[in-house]
Design a protein around this ligand. Structure first.
Ligand SMILES: Cc1cc2nc3c(=O)[nH]c(=O)nc-3n(C[C@H](O)[C@H](O)[C@H](O)COP(=O)(O)OP(=O)(O)OC[C@H]3O[C@@H](n4cnc5c(N)ncnc54)[C@H](O)[C@@H]3O)c2cc1C
Length: 417
């Protein structure tokens, strides 16, 4: 049995941020980071660029060996957490290794959610979450002639673009009526769909896959209208689910993720959770949500680390505001906060000349709730700050609606000053 005052499981954004926060407050307490991955830490957000060939796997590391040595962090790779005994404060790994901890951070992120499609387990398919997935997908794209992408979220759409650029005949199948549901409203989604269709991608929106069957080296997916689409490359990108199977034995409250309070504390004393695995306060109504985005993992990791090290400067988690930037075929899109209208919300939608650009502003009273835009530069970071800080727009509301970028910058420069 190995011992560590602080044990962090996972080695991505939440884990690294927590480790740095712990070291700021407690330079000497024994700290170990144990992870399933066999590589040095990297960001999953960079994987689409590995798939496209723009980034080399070795060149995109978040930390090197020296960082762990300099910060006296024991870094153990290739170990999968299998069970946690919250009462005994021990963690057991699949290899049989056991660790005793005083304080444990679960930062194990999320894994692809595989839909229950008949026959899917019997056909070869790809997912995209780890560097190994990305390298496999990159290599397969190079030779794919016909590809099916299941799920039109950000990961699926990036891959569909890469496949189209590599010359494959691509079909995107999405259960909902549009691409990128949750990020963009239908008008914006149609613009993105048109850009893909113009590049020869077949968009099957509002369709479900009822079965998958082996065909030669590849497969065929059967749609709910009975059509079969053959593919030598199938990517399943239908969402993610928190990686928390190791809690099946109980002792820590879970729902869709590991339930945490505003300091990222779980229901079990001595155990924190942060990042894509955690279900924490949502920004808009306080209901707990799993929010799978990078800024969230960083913020939650920092709060967890500070709280674990009893840093008095720790602040409560304010809730997560979605923030996504998306580039497709050279066009720029952003989605910040809420995109849907609804009771009490004021929506201002503008479509640029020839339908080439788009902007949607969602307000509630004098507060900004969300902005989405295509080919209309509004600075996602500034918009995100305005939503998160609930900046009062009452004095500048009309100006903001007309010129969100300039007005937003002016407001934030006052606040930051
Ligand atoms: C292709 C892709 C593109 C993305 N693009 C964006 C983007 O543009 N913007 C954005 O905001 N977000 C994006 N995201 C999401 C973003 O990457 C995540 O929100 C962020 O990485 C979450 O960090 P995390 O530390 O919580 O977990 P993860 O990054 O998921 O890392 C989990 C860590 O835990 C380890 N682990 C998992 N299970 C175990 C176990 N049982 N035992 C031991 N170790 C384990 C893993 O090896 C890994 O080190 C993207 C994700 C993907 C996959």
């Amino acid at each position: 049995m190995r011992n560590s005052k602080y044990l962090i499981v996972g080695s991505s954004h939440a884990a690294l941020e927590a480790a740095a926060a712990i070291r700021m407050q407690d330079p000497d307490g024994a700290l170990a980071m144990v992870t399933r991955d066999t590589r040095l830490p990297y960001s999953p957000t960079i994987l689409p660029y590995v798939v496209s060939g723009r980034s080399e796997p070795e060149r995109i590391l978040l930390r090197d060996e020296a960082w762990f040595a300099d910060n006296a962090i024991g870094f153990v790779r290739g170990e999968t957490l299998a069970a946690v005994d919250a009462a005994a404060r021990t963690a057991r790994f699949a290899s049989g290794a056991e660790w005793r901890y005083e304080k444990l951070l679960l930062a194990t992120g999320a894994a692809p959610a595989i839909p229950p499609v008949k026959g899917l387990a019997e056909v070869p398919f790809h997912v995209l979450r780890s560097m190994d997935d990305a390298v496999r997908l990159r290599d397969a794209i190079a030779t794919a002639r016909r590809a099916v992408v299941l799920g039109a979220g950000l990961i699926g759409m990036h891959a569909a673009e890469n496949l189209a650029k590599a010359g494959a005949a691509v079909t995107v199948v999405e259960m909902q009526a549009q691409v990128l549901p949750g990020y963009f409203e239908p008008d914006a989604a149609r613009m993105i769909e048109r850009a893909f269709a113009a590049k020869g991608v077949t968009m099957e929106m509002g369709r479900t896959v009822t079965a998958a069957e082996p065909r030669g080296q590849g497969c065929a997916v059967i749609l709910d209208d009975g059509r079969a689409i053959e593919a030598d490359l199938l990517l399943v990108s239908t969402g993610v689910k928190p990686e928390m199977a190791y809690l099946a034995g109980g002792g820590v409250d879970t729902d869709r993720g590991i339930l945490v309070d505003d300091r990222m504390r779980s229901s079990a004393p001595g155990i924190w959770a942060a990042g894509d695995v955690a279900q924490a306060r949502g920004f808009y109504d306080g209901a707990k949500v799993v929010a799978g985005i990078l800024p969230n993992a960083v913020e939650q990791g920092r709060i967890a680390g500070m709280d674990m090290a009893e840093d008095e400067g720790v602040k409560s988690f304010p809730g997560s505001v979605p923030l996504n930037t998306y580039t497709f075929f050279g066009q720029q899109a952003i989605s910040v906060g809420l995109s849907a209208g609804g009771e009490g919300r004021e929506v201002h939608e503008t479509v640029g000349e020839g339908g080439k650009s788009y902007r949607r502003i969602v307000l509630e009273g004098d507060r900004l709730r969300g902005v989405s835009a295509i080919n209309d530069f509004v600075d996602a970071g500034i918009m995100w700050q305005l939503v998160l800080r609930q900046v009062d727009l009452s004095a500048v509301k009309a100006d903001f609606v007309a010129r969100p970028l300039e007005t937003g910058r002016m407001l934030m420069s006052r606040i930051w000053r």
